[in-house]
Write a protein that binds this ligand. Structure first.
Ligand SMILES: [Zn+2]
Length: 67
């Protein structure tokens, strides 16, 4: 990702702008359409926030209900 180069008109930037809703999911690490931005807690001290794909959001929701 060339975020530092976001204002240029090069090929990489053009491709990025064509897929504004696609990002690397923080759960499964795959490039997928982003469903939502979620925070995940590894422990009381470790937290991460980032894009979450629809598939992982669905699994996470089921686990939350079960627990
Ligand atoms: Zn995912």
């Amino acid at each position: 990702m060339a975020w530092y180069n976001i204002n240029s008109q090069d090929k990489v930037t053009a491709e990025t702008l064509e897929k504004p809703n696609t990002a690397r999911c923080i759960f499964c690490s795959r490039e997928r359409p982003v469903h939502t931005i979620q925070k995940i807690y590894f422990s009381d001290f470790e937290m991460n926030e980032g894009p979450m794909c629809k598939e992982c959001h669905h699994e996470h929701a089921k686990k939350a209900i079960a627990s």
